[in-house]
Design a protein around this ligand. Structure first.
Ligand code: CTP
Ligand code: CA
Length: 225
């Protein structure tokens, strides 16, 4: 069996990883987004490259640089990310959805800057495509790993997403706890499959990523038999 101390154990695998936030335009100067830093997805990309995988990193706007050796596909909106994910996923062995995708976009993006003429304003939002769920519907779907950012009922909500989105694994983090998850340097995860769970205790995201990459590979190999 392989672990993260062993060199190049992902040789021959191609991982496609989504990371960071998306930005949903309101008008030419404004957008809706979230606090995702991209650190977790970039740390996974780095760890997977170190283990010998080919990595395609489909990333929303972040302030960190891509790991050396990865193929970086920069996107802005959820719909851009959806398009690129469906383009690259069919050639991958493993798909990791680490991005904090905006659930909704603005129904009608204003072509000119919106002026503050009214005392109240309403934005109509429409739901974005679910990227990881759509990749999981591909005929030759890769090994599928999702994330679940939750503030309560972590296991139940995470397992719900695992089943609903047709995933092999889901990594859940408790974003209500301070010092972990969104925009933090540290994280703690629970990794759920249909039949088991594994805890990755609170540590620097680089360490968490190394453990997660190794665990994902173990589940991937187990599924190939
Ligand atoms: N995800 C995705 N495309 C979306 C929304 C989410 O690929 N449009 C992916 C995320 O990258 C993550 C997983 O789905 O891997 C779960 O995201 P999360 O926001 O926790 O779940 P949602 O299904 O959006 O449900 P909710 O936000 O209501 O909890
Ligand atoms: Ca969501």
């Amino acid at each position: 069996s392989h672990d993260f101390f062993c060199d190049k154990y992902l040789q021959g695998q191609h991982w496609v990883i989504t990371a960071g936030p998306t930005r949903e335009a309101i008008d030419p100067v404004r957008y809706i987004s979230n606090h995702s830093s991209g650190k977790m997805g970039y740390a996974i990309a780095h760890a997977a490259i170190r283990a010998g995988a080919k990595v395609t990193l489909i990333s929303g706007p972040v302030n960190i640089s891509a790991p050396v050796g990865c193929q970086l596909i920069s996107v802005i909106s959820a719909e851009d990310m959806h398009q690129q994910a469906l383009k690259f996923a069919p050639e991958s062995t493993t798909f990791i959805a680490c991005a904090a995708v905006a659930d909704y976009r603005v129904a009608n993006i204003a072509s000119q800057k919106i002026k503050k003429t009214n005392d109240a304003m309403h934005l109509e939002l429409v739901k974005n495509h679910d990227i990881v769920a759509d990749v999981a519907c591909l005929p030759n779907k890769p090994f599928m790993v999702g994330f679940a950012a939750e503030t309560q009922n972590i296991e139940a909500y995470a397992r719900g997403k695992l089943v609903r989105k047709n995933l092999d694994l889901i990594a859940a983090n408790d974003v209500a706890k301070s010092g972990q998850g969104f925009n933090s340097d540290d994280n703690a995860l629970m990794l759920y499959s249909a039949i088991d769970k594994t805890e990755i205790p609170l540590a620097n995201k680089q360490i968490v990523a190394q453990k997660l990459v190794s665990l994902i590979n173990q589940h991937y190999l187990a599924k190939q038999i």
